[in-house]
Design a protein around this ligand. Structure first.
Ligand code: MCA
Ligand code: AMP
Length: 501
């Protein structure tokens, strides 16, 4: 049995390959060049060591060839990659760095040093060595360690119902399974070309787009953010064959297309139509959106379901019916079942239950949190907390078992985490945060606040206050100041009552 990983490097990077792997601004990187970059970075990180031995190395960089070299370089040298959210506020970064017990942090060369000052002082306080990417690159290429595929490879932070995000640890085996199932299911081709504009601290951007493309040998065009103008211009020029985005992005593109003059709109729509695949995921794709996209572009969106802990689990088929409002069927190698409240597997259709997942794709553990890990598995099944129903074999997501999880623009947010921060505001006595249905964001973060006596709080002031304390996408979109919060006999806030308001 092969117990060493072939993650280092990916098959397409494994041999002399002059195909373009990455486009970054005007620059192009072939697979051979990328491989050299990865090896140089891995060697620099290793220094005199033979193996990073699961050292947690964080990196703070926008999408770039340096980001890719750091991620794959850490894997190659035997470390655990901890990609940080570059939009995060300092308290959030501090949580990630200290929770993961990060020892070194790699920063990108293009970042203006001034904006990194708070990060540098944070690292000093945490005793973390900060390395500039270009200083790590070594000219002497070291022998890379042979890694067992069960070794830990990556830690991503995800919000749960608890206050602070947890570190989700995946092994090389998990990552390989997460990639290879998608290569098969979505018929990835070496000729594929895909834009990558999603944040690179989540599975959607890292695995579904970047790693799948690099594994097969396709071309990725990197964007530091969702740059609507440039991306649509490239679509118009037929630069891409595959497009992956969250529903909010499709909503925003439709809004933009509606503003464009007819001939240009038509050319862009044809650009989408001529692609072989448009995928939506990370949050529910409303049937209205699925229909609008089809009408505009002629493309039938392929919706799929995933989670940080499992990669992708369920997907509409590449060949076959892509059903509106449904997420499809379990992916190859992934076992999915619905369970009732008594813990029994639900056979057949039309009875809702919790989705539970098994397979090599499922993560190893929550970092340093055996209790949370244990609580999230039952008899080897990972309990997603998502409720679904099967209809003629296709899964349809009905919601989540917790009202404390909000999905906004594809990001999973913990209401409790946002409440915890709002409660530190000097004017706030009590608060409750919920997600309110929203056409653009899916759910919009909404805060209900009871103020301390004689205090006033305007939305604009609260937003400003939040800016240094939480990622921009967590900041409430709406504020409602109320006299009191509806509570049950146990004193717990009744969030469904707030939703009605
Ligand atoms: C930006 N804003 C948001 C969000 N994004 N507000 C709520 N929710 C959001 N998601 C706010 C900004 O703070 C700003 O507020 C205003 O919207 C415009 O910001 P801007 O950055 O210009 O917006 P954008 O570039 O259009 O960003 C929207 C986006 C982005 C492209 C949809 O949110 C995004 O990339 N989302 C994808 C997240 C993702 O990849 N999730 C996957 C995780 P103001 O104007 O007030 O300052 S889930 C996952 O990985 C699992 C495994 C899965 O299934 O895929
Ligand atoms: P995250 O932990 O950020 O990876 O988010 C995972 C969560 O996103 C899942 O548990 C679901 O609640 C949600 N999700 C992902 N894809 C879909 C989808 N296609 N439809 C509905 N919810 C989804």
């Amino acid at each position: 049995m092969n117990t060493t990983t072939n993650m280092r490097p990916f098959p397409a990077i494994n041999y002399s390959n002059n195909a373009v792997a990455l486009n970054e601004d005007a620059a192009q990187w072939t697979y051979t060049e990328l491989r050299q970059h990865i090896d140089r970075l891995a060697s620099g990180l290793l220094g005199k060591a033979r193996d990073l031995k699961e050292e947690r190395i964080a990196f703070f960089m926008p999408a770039s060839v340096n980001y890719v070299a750091t991620l794959l370089g850490i894997w190659r040298a035997g470390g655990i990659a901890v990609p940080l959210n570059i939009a995060a506020a300092m308290p959030e970064i501090e949580h990630a760095l200290s929770c993961a017990k990060v020892t070194r942090l790699v920063v990108g060369i293009s970042s203006p040093a001034e904006s990194l000052t708070p990060l540098f002082s944070l690292c000093r306080g945490l005793n973390i060595e900060v390395l500039n990417f270009s200083d790590v690159l070594s000219d002497k290429i070291m022998v890379m360690p042979e890694l067992d595929i069960e070794r830990r490879a990556m830690m991503l932070f995800t919000s749960g119902t608890t206050n602070k995000p947890k570190g989700v640890v995946s092994t090389h085996k998990n990552i390989r399974a997460q990639i290879t199932t998608l290569l098969e299911a979505w018929n990835w081709q070496v000729e594929d070309s895909i834009p990558l504009f999603l944040p690179l601290h989540h599975i959607h951007g890292i695995i579904n787009v970047l790693c799948c493309a690099l594994w097969i040998g396709a071309r990725v065009t990197l964007f530091a953010r969702f740059d609507m103008g440039t991306i649509l211009a490239r679509v118009e020029d037929r630069d891409y064959s595959v497009f992956m985005a969250v529903p909010t992005i499709y909503v925003k593109i439709i809004g933009e297309l509606e503003k464009l003059p007819e001939p240009r709109r038509k050319r862009i729509c044809t650009g989408f139509k001529d692609m072989r695949l448009n995928i939506s995921g990370s949050a529910a794709c409303p049937v209205k959106l699925y229909n609008q996209w089809k009408e505009l572009t002629g493309q039938t969106l392929l919706e799929r379901y995933g989670m940080t802990e499992i990669g992708m689990g369920i997907s509409n088929p590449y060949f076959g019916e892509r059903r509106a409002g449904a997420v499809g069927v379990p992916l190859p190698g992934v076992e999915a079942e619905l369970f009732d409240e008594a813990g029994n597997i639900i056979e057949g259709d039309d009875t809702p239950g919790e989705i539970r997942i098994r397979g090599d794709n499922v993560f190893l553990e929550y970092w340093d949190n055996p209790k949370a890990t244990e609580d999230s598995f039952i008899d080897g099944w990972f309990c997603t907390g998502d409720v679904a129903v099967r209809e003629t074999g296709y899964y349809r997501i009905m919601g989540r078992s917790s009202v404390d999880i909000i999905k906004s623009g594809g990001y999973k947010l913990s209401a409790l985490e946002i409440e915890g921060t709002l409660l530190t505001h000097e004017s706030v006595a009590e608060c409750a945060v919920i997600g309110v249905e929203d056409e653009t964001w899916g759910e919009a973060v909404t805060a209900f606040v009871v103020l301390k006596p004689e205090q006033v709080l305007e939305y604009a002031a609260l937003k400003r206050w939040c800016e240094t304390r939480m990622s921009p996408y967590k900041i409430p979109k709406h504020l409602r100041v109320v006299e009191s919060l509806p509570r049950n006999a146990m004193g717990k806030v009744m969030k469904p009552e707030l939703k009605k308001l």
